[in-house]
Design a protein around this ligand. Structure first.
Ligand code: ATP
Ligand code: MG
Length: 354
């Protein structure tokens, strides 16, 4: 899973719009996406159609103390095909103070600990941060491998962002893990010379750090947020939908292959299958002579109404083909986009171990 924090201490630069609509376009491309709304304003929650006032549970329960991380699977809401949401609520504003009173490292590790307990497999986790660099944003950066900094295409915004990049660099040094940071120009109005020039300056200044994609101003993005759906579903032909589709392609292009995400540790590979209705799930492939579950360790966990089978395989580097046997029926892995036709025309899922 690629975890991407969407960060900028400047308000209104398009963090939430990016979290929600990037999730939308990645999901339309077939990815499984988790949106984590760690902003007490709960705008991403609202923009994905969930009223934070009526949700039974939110991230507060998960992050407030160390035991909470196990609850992460319980609070997730499926908001659209391929998109789950870890909702926020106003109560998160109390969390910053609560965490401030706690031990230094533990208080920034809560979200990372919770994400490590996710039962469902996701391709992406997008974390929508509040407009400040406090403990909630630290938690997001600690849990992330990548950062997107949406940057409004305006002169003053450029100045603020340099400070932010320094802060992120310092923090990643302190946290001891690399963060891949990229700048996303947003709210671009190509009709004005001012915006065109500013975009030129941004590109000059940030060069490779800058996405090629630019998010143009587009009223459909506002309308979609009010309707509680990503723009790709609300107005698929709008500029906003095109821009976020381009962004998702750019992001997926640098993606580690899907099979790498399945590979948890060297030669110990975990694959997961979830289906609330299934009662027996086995795996068979060229690694075990196509004998279901031969030499395979299985864990079964429940997450709400869902059930997840984790199959632990011990594999040397190489390319493998496999299928699940679900209550006696053979089928390919629905969460693995890579498959190949087998000798009798059936489709086998493909797993590459590096
Ligand atoms: N490309 C765009 N075109 C038109 N409107 C946009 C665009 N991007 C964002 N907006 C609108 O601008 C406002 C601020 O955007 P958004 O909420 O995404 O910013 P934010 O950085 O998350 O703000 P905050 O810091 O308060 O969390 C919203 O009303 C949103 O709908
Ligand atoms: Mg926001």
């Amino acid at each position: 899973m690629r975890s991407i924090a969407i960060v900028n201490q400047k308000g209104g630069c398009g963090k939430t719009t990016t979290a929600v609509n990037l999730a939308g376009s990645l999901a339309l491309d077939g990815a499984q996406v988790l949106v984590v709304d760690i902003d007490p304003q709960a705008h991403a929650t609202l923009a994905l159609g969930i009223d934070p006032e009526v949700t039974e549970a939110n991230l507060y329960e998960v992050l407030a103390d160390e035991e909470g991380s196990a609850l992460v699977n319980e609070i997730l809401v499926e908001v659209a095909p391929g998109i789950h949401l870890a909702p926020s609520g106003i109560v998160l504003s109390a969390l910053e103070q609560k965490l401030a009173a706690e031990r230094a490292e533990a208080r920034t590790e809560r979200l990372a600990a919770a994400l490590a307990r996710l039962v469902r497999p996701y391709d992406y986790c997008l974390i929508d941060c509040p407009p400040n660099v406090g403990l909630l944003t630290f938690n997001a950066l600690r849990a992330a491998g990548e950062v997107i900094v949406p940057l409004e295409t305006s002169y003053f915004a450029i100045h603020g962002v340099q400070k932010l990049l320094e802060t992120i660099a310092l923090l990643s040094e302190r946290l001891g893990h690399e963060l891949e940071v990229r700048i996303l120009p947003t709210l671009y109005d190509g009709r004005t010379r001012y915006a065109r020039e500013t975009l030129g300056e941004i590109r000059e200044l940030f060069r490779d750090m800058c996405f090629d994609t630019v998010i143009r101003q587009n009223v459909k993005l506002r309308e979609a947020a009010r309707r509680g759906v990503p723009v790709g579903r609300y107005a698929p032909s709008a500029n906003g939908a095109h821009d976020y589709a381009a962004l998702s392609l750019e992001i997926a292009a640098v993606a580690p292959a899907a099979d790498e995400a399945l590979d948890s540790a060297a030669r110990r590979v975990e694959v997961r299958f979830h289906d609330p209705a299934a009662s027996d799930v086995r795996i068979a492939g060229d690694f075990n002579g196509w004998i279901p579950d031969k030499g395979v360790e299985t864990r079964v966990e429940s997450a709400g109404s869902d059930r997840v089978w984790t199959k632990v395989l011990s594999l040397a580097p190489g390319t493998y083909h496999y299928r699940y046997v679900v209550d006696g029926h053979w089928r390919e892995d629905p969460d693995n986009p890579r498959s190949e036709a087998g000798p009798v025309g059936e489709r086998n899922s493909v797993l590459v171990v590096r």
